[in-house]
Design a protein around this ligand. Structure first.
Ligand SMILES: Nc1ncnc2c1ncn2[C@@H]1O[C@H](COP(=O)(O)OP(=O)(O)OP(=O)(O)O)[C@@H](O)[C@H]1O
Length: 258
């Protein structure tokens, strides 16, 4: 469970990115966070694995206070939390397999990590992760030779290889075309349902948010201004979250779902 209790984040330059956020995310939920650029979506997601420190209130992940975590506890927390990014963050000059295996580093000894030695069991976990996102046949291809959608799937597989309890995704489909964006969202949804991994995804397209979010959190100026289901999040709700009328830019696609 993830619990935000009156959480605020003020960056060192004085920008208040989160302002009194109260949220409880139960295990296994698929949550989509929406809001305009600058609303605080990335900050919210990055507090969960301690990438951005909370400066006010309390954030608990599985009952542990993230702010109180020492280095070892923070490492432990991060091993339970997979993360994917808009830009995939792969090492593109090496193979898909090597990228996915880096998801196993959390559970390897320092020496093995340093030398990049992996056990057979790690490889099995990596293959299983690649199978779940449907690209096991690319295991020994260089990551640079894959399309954007395939690279994002490798990033998901790397996160899965960590065997996490929570998966965070910061604008995972912002660089992808609509059919590919849908395919990647379906992978995330399937993994959530099959493995029960709590998933928190930032999106700025309202159609994708409605289609995939079991729960939608609307952010504006660092505050939660909407918390409800996809069905409840109609155009009027999105207009109130965005503080303006909707435009074509707010929708990922107009064509049929791939
Ligand atoms: N490292 C940082 N230092 C200072 N200010 C920051 C930092 N990161 C984000 N901010 C500011 O905090 C506010 C919230 O940013 P955040 O990135 O969380 O929003 P967002 O909703 O994810 O927007 P985007 O989709 O553009 O990333 C913005 O005003 C942003 O400029």
């Amino acid at each position: 469970m993830i619990e935000f209790r009156d959480v605020s984040v003020t960056y060192p330059n004085g920008t208040k990115a989160l302002d009194g956020v109260d949220l409880t995310i139960p295990d296994g939920q698929f949550v989509v966070v929406v809001g305009l650029s600058g609303a605080g979506k990335s900050t919210l997601v990055r507090t969960i694995n301690g990438l951005v420190p909370v400066t006010g209130g309390e954030l608990l992940v599985n009952g542990e206070r993230v702010a109180a975590a020492n280095r070892r506890q923070l490492r432990q927390l991060r091993s339970q939390v997979g993360m994917i990014f808009q830009s995939f963050n792969l090492v593109t000059r090496t193979t898909v397999m090597n990228n996915v295996l880096t998801g196993r580093l959390h559970s390897a000894s320092a020496l093995r990590s340093l030398l990049g030695w992996f056990r057979g069991a790690d490889k099995e976990i990596a293959f299983d992760a690649l199978e779940r996102v449907g690209i096991v046949e690319k295991a020994y291809v260089r990551a640079s030779q894959l399309s954007g959608g395939q690279q994002q799937r490798v990033a998901i597989a790397r996160g899965l290889a960590q065997q996490p309890q929570i998966m965070l995704a910061d604008e995972p489909v912002a660089s992808l075309d609509p059919p590919t964006a849908n395919a990647v969202m379906r992978d995330l949804q399937r993994i959530n349902r099959e493995l029960g991994i709590t998933t928190v995804v930032n999106l700025h397209f309202l159609d994708l948010a409605r289609r995939y979010g079991d729960r939608i959190i609307g952010m504006r100026d660092g505050q939660v201004v909407f918390d409800g289901t996809g069905e409840e999040a109609d155009d009027a709700v999105f207009e109130s979250i965005y503080g303006r009328s909707l435009t074509a830019e707010d929708v990922a696609e107009t064509g049929p779902v791939a």
